[in-house]
Design a protein. Structure first.
Length: 210
């Protein structure tokens, strides 16, 4: 994944800035996509391949912070680095709290910009890796039978074999067999690992069970 040439999406209504930053980024080895407005990016929303968004704050139409909110509402995960000549503390604090990777004032030094982009790409890589691992867990759980999923759900909530057997109307021996099968299919060796997996999948969040 790290061998992919990242795509940096520059959203800014200043044509001269877009030209200058595009030249700098291409010289640094990045692919660059340019947008003169937030609306233009929304109209042709790029695939969330490895990269980040360099986003101006004040633009005609949809502003930078408004675009940030819209992308977040869509579940769009590319990291955002704000670049602005009109920055102020409340705006920068709001942007960072809303998940922006950085908030830089124009004119920005080349090294400062490239370092911010590298941090954003590292953030993208970390999110991507977590997503891949989470999907692998979901795939394993999807391989369980309906009854095994019931047993799994009860085991991670602290139920004993005897309690599960009573709740599901079967024998303790059958529950032990299900547990053995679950551990093999999910590739774990302890109940603690099962609980950790269930927590990562969000299976225990809404439960008040012990």
């Amino acid at each position: 994944m790290n061998d992919e040439m990242p795509v940096i999406h520059v959203v800014d209504d200043d044509a001269s800035f877009r030209t200058a930053v595009s030249r700098l980024l291409r010289a640094a080895g990045y692919q660059v996509a340019l947008y003169s407005s937030a609306d233009q990016l929304l109209e042709s929303l790029p695939a969330p391949v490895r990269g980040c968004i360099l986003l101006d704050v004040r633009m005609p139409g949809v502003t930078g912070p408004q675009l940030q909110d819209r992308l977040a509402g869509m579940g769009y995960t590319l990291p955002i680095v704000f670049l602005t000549g009109h920055g102020d503390l409340p705006t920068s604090v709001r942007a960072i709290k809303a998940g922006a990777e950085d908030f830089l004032a124009k004119p920005v030094l080349k090294d400062t910009l490239l370092e911010a982009i590298e941090r954003a790409l590292k953030h993208y890589d970390d999110m991507h890796d977590r997503s891949v691992r989470l999907q692998a867990l979901r795939d394993r759980v999807a391989g369980l039978t309906p009854r095994e999923r019931e047993v799994f759900s009860l085991v991670v909530r602290g139920r004993l074999n005897k309690q599960i057997a009573h709740e599901l109307g079967t024998s303790e021996r059958t529950i032990k067999a299900h547990r053995h099968s679950i551990m093999q299919k999910l590739k774990v060796h302890s109940v603690a690992e099962l609980v950790s997996m269930a927590e990562r999948l969000g299976m225990l969040v809404a439960s008040g069970d012990a």
